[in-house]
Design a protein around this ligand. Structure first.
Ligand code: 4AD
Length: 458
């Protein structure tokens, strides 16, 4: 609800009943006169009355200007987004009328704090889908004032809180750490590295904090981080950003099955936590009325079975051919499959050749890795994870296979030299998780200021 400034006496506010104007009992010393501040979110001017919906980031409040107030120059020249202070009495809304929180402020005084130019009013109020995307992106600072855009950012904050809560509550708990963003190693392939000059040396913006999380296990136990990851993606798709918020966790002394069980538990606990918070649940319902909590257990499907499924459903690969074992399942095919199955899927056991160098091979079938992607309807992959190679010799061979110079990775390799362990982890793209939860068309709506190919402003 919109923030109320208490009057000088610091007394509590009493809501004046809307049904009768003279039923206020002042004998208890409580005040009915309050001061509010905010910006005009909606404005409706009639001959004798002006309705203002004030917004302050905490909520909305209907304010009613009548009598002499309406006749002033300031009242006649109000524009959307103008900031003001309003004094008045808080009333219940009359029966059968609607206003935020069922109350309205009957103003007796107002003053303008900052006028708004009035030329960009439409941008903050227009529904994003109707407007030109470039204009909306250039004006992201104003678009964020809109109800939908700000709702997504509020849900984002609630989701981050819920992840931290879940990692605290889960047994055994995961400790939050903060790995560096400037690094000299790659994790997910050289093609998407952002390179920069670091005091004369080559360095990169991190693609994933995974390798650092692995080094924490011996002394910190299971760990997680919430950090930006950077990918120089050439593709302009609705689910690729150049900078995104990566929630990553790493777990020690586990099996692949433990990893899947943990992942399912964390995702479901986060969803339960945000839905148990009524203001967040209301935002999710307004953004994504059809949202349904996923059922557990998530469907588990091996990569090889997914290839068969795609062939049976005549969904072709990127070259217009039927899928065969070894193909990377491209975004379009993955999305079609997820949308048809229409429930979360753990897609597991991808072939060695199409996955990152560090992934553990399946002891039963060395052609494939103990890897998992979690696919969600509408978005596709939102999580990627795996068991990690724990054997020193095998890791050295993997560097060689991928043409990676092992030297800069000495600190990562050392984990296998000084008390190795079966361990694994995953990374979840926060914006993709939000696009699914909030029913957004693109991850760009789920970042405060999205960064993607050729967009680094505002
Ligand atoms: O599958 P990815 O590349 O896995 C890793 O980076 C692992 N090292 C993580 C780990 O095991 N600790 O990325 C993980 C997730 C993806 O599932 C996706 O949700 C998100 O990160 N992601 C992106 N989100 C937005 N824009 C991009 N360009 C993304 N690339 C990956």
């Amino acid at each position: 609800a919109l923030k109320i400034h208490l009057d000088e006496k610091g007394s509590h506010i009493k809501l004046r009943s809307g049904e009768s104007s003279d039923n206020v009992d002042y004998s208890d010393g409580l005040s009915t006169r309050v001061r509010v501040t905010g910006r005009i979110h909606r404005l409706r001017s009639q001959k004798d009355v002006i309705f203002i919906t004030l917004q302050d980031g905490y909520g909305l409040l209907q304010c009613v200007l009548t009598g002499d107030l309406v006749k002033t120059y300031d009242a006649m020249t109000l524009t959307l987004e103008t900031s003001l202070e309003i004094w008045g009495e808080m009333w219940e809304v009359p029966p059968k009328q609607h206003a935020p929180d069922d109350r309205e402020l009957h103003a007796d005084y107002f003053s303008i704090i900052g006028r708004a130019a009035g030329d960009k009013e439409a941008i903050s109020t227009r529904v994003a889908a109707d407007a030109d995307q470039q204009t909306l992106l250039d004006n992201r600072h104003l678009v964020l004032r809109g109800e939908h855009s700000s709702a997504v950012i509020k849900v984002r904050a609630a989701v981050l809180r819920a992840f931290r809560q879940t990692y605290e509550d889960i047994k055994p708990s995961c400790l939050e750490v903060t790995p560096p963003c400037m690094v000299q190693t790659q994790v997910e392939g050289g093609a998407t590295l952002f390179e920069f000059d670091y005091y004369g040396e080559k360095a990169y913006l991190t693609q994933s904090s995974q390798l650092y999380l692995e080094t924490c296990l011996p002394s910190l136990g299971n760990v997680f981080c919430v950090a930006p990851s950077f990918r120089a993606e050439k593709s302009l798709t609705r689910r690729h950003l150049s900078e995104y918020t990566h929630i990553e966790a790493e777990l020690d002394f586990i099996s692949f099955d433990d990893l899947l069980t943990h992942l399912e538990l964390v995702m479901c606990s986060v969803i339960d936590t945000v839905l148990a918070h009524p203001p967040t649940a209301a935002l999710i319902t307004s953004l994504n009325p059809k949202f349904q909590k996923p059922e557990r257990p998530f469907q588990r499907m091996r990569y090889a079975d997914a290839i068969d499924w795609l062939r049976e459903h005549e969904i072709l690969n990127e070259h217009g051919q039927p899928h065969t074992f070894g193909d990377d399942i491209a975004e379009a095919a993955e999305r079609k499959m997820t949308d048809i199955i229409n429930r979360p899927i753990f897609l597991t056991h991808f072939p060695v050749a199409i996955k990152a160098f560090y992934m553990m091979k399946d002891p039963q079938d060395p052609r494939v890795t103990e890897s998992v992607d979690c696919l969600m309807p509408g978005v596709g992959e939102i999580v990627g994870g795996s068991m990690r190679m724990s054997d020193y010799g095998e890791l050295m061979q993997a560097y060689a296979r991928e043409g990676i110079d092992p030297e800069p990775y000495y600190w990562y390799t050392d984990q296998r030299k000084y008390g190795t362990s079966p361990h694994g982890g995953y990374g979840l793209g926060l914006e993709r998780f939000l696009a699914w939860l909030c029913g957004r068309y693109t991850v760009r709506e789920c970042a405060l200021y999205p960064r993607f190919a050729c967009r680094c402003t505002p």
